[in-house]
Structures are given as C-alpha cells and as structure tokens.
Design a protein around this ligand. Structure first.
Ligand code: S3P
Length: 199
C-alpha cells in the first residue's frame, strides 16, 4: 500500500520505526535527497546507514562514473543488484538506493520479498531535482552523475521512473517544501500511521 504522508503539526513525531521493520529503503530520482535524509533518519533511529552507490564503490574499488565509463551501464546494474542483495542481508539499516535501482526487476523483487523491509519514495518535481543536482555538482568532491549528462534523456528517465518508484513504495513523501528534518519527521509519522505490510 502506498500512502501519501505529510507532517501533522499537533502530533508528536515518533522517534522509532514501527517495531516490525528492520530495514528502511529510500528511493527516488537523482537529487531526491536519499543520502541526506537517509543519514539523518539512521541517526534518529540509532540504525546504520548504507548508501548503495558508496557500497558498490567499496565492493569494486571503482567509482560509479568510472564503472559507467569503463564497463557501461549494464555492468553497473549487475554490480548494483549484487550490492543490493548483500545490503538487504543487514538489519537495523537505512539504505539509500541509486536513482535507477528500482528500474531493474530483480531489484524490485529483492526489495519486495525481503521481510521487514519498507521502501519510501522521496518525490519532488523534475526542475527541483535538476536544480539540486546542479547545485551539488558545484561542490568539490561530488560524484558525477553520468545519467544526467543529457538533460532530455534524463527527463525521459524521470518520467518513466515515477510510476515505478510509486508502486514500489509503502510511503510517498513530497519533499519539495520540507527541510531535511521535516522530511524525517513526516517519514516517521507516515510509517507509524500506515498499516503493517504483508511481509
Ligand atoms: C543513477 C543514479 C545515481 C547512481 C548512478 C545512476 C541513475 O545515484 O546510481 O549514477 O540512473 O539514476 P543517485 O540517485 O544517488 O544520484
């Protein structure tokens, strides 16, 4: 079940995830804030945080843009699926996916079939996401995003992925007008309000 959530001003924000959950997974397009929100959420819960792109880089010893440039996107997707399967073996973990992770059927099945796991979609309009990515790219040390190189192709990917993100998620959050802290509040409130999933 996919529930739209927003922070409710008079309800105290829960500080824990629902007791049946062991893994929270953040999904959304590039620039959605998966890593920033994921880190903050993990801190709030006292859980570990794992960024899937960083995990791929640790496992392979290669950078994400390096994998795209040298081996191509299909190889990157294979490495990403293997890293996802490994990451989902952990408990008490907040996992930030890459923007393209849910495009792959294997990955969606892994996410849907891992018990005690809920996926949250961080949604924002395309221009907001592009602006955030452009701002991030100005920071030294930011990893390049090969799939943003052609804006028209990136926009087509954004449109194609929206229904995939939405279907996969137990909770969808519009992050456009929320700070990172407000997003974490809305996420925890929404999760604690929505019914327990089947798995
Ligand atoms: C990608 C998103 C990136 C990274 C890779 C491909 C995509 O992750 O996995 O560059 O296809 O959307 P972020 O969403 O964390 O930028």
């Amino acid at each position: 079940m996919n529930v739209q959530a927003a922070a409710e001003p008079h309800t105290p924000t829960p500080t824990a995830a629902p007791a049946h959950l062991r893994r929270l997974v953040l999904t959304g397009f590039m620039g959605a804030g998966k890593t920033t929100i994921g880190r903050l959420l993990a801190q709030r819960l006292g859980w570990d945080f794992l960024d899937l792109d960083a995990y791929i880089e640790t496992r392979t010893g290669l950078s994400v843009p390096g994998i795209f440039a040298t081996h191509g996107e299909p190889r990157f997707r294979q490495l990403e699926s293997a890293a996802l399967a490994s990451a989902l073996g952990r408990s008490s973990v907040v996992l930030a996916l890459g923007g393209g992770t849910p495009e792959v059927l294997t990955n969606r099945l892994l996410l849907e079939q891992t018990p005690a796991t809920s996926t949250i979609f961080l949604d924002a309009p395309c221009p907001t996401l592009f602006d955030r990515c452009m701002m991030q790219a100005l920071n030294p040390g930011t990893t390049d995003r090969p799939n943003l190189a052609d804006p028209a192709v990136a926009e087509a990917r954004f449109l194609a992925r929206q229904p995939i993100y939405r279907r996969l998620a137990r909770l969808t959050l519009s992050t456009d007008s929320l700070t990172a802290d407000e997003t974490v509040d809305a996420l925890l409130s929404g999760l604690n309000r929505s019914p327990a999933p089947r798995n």
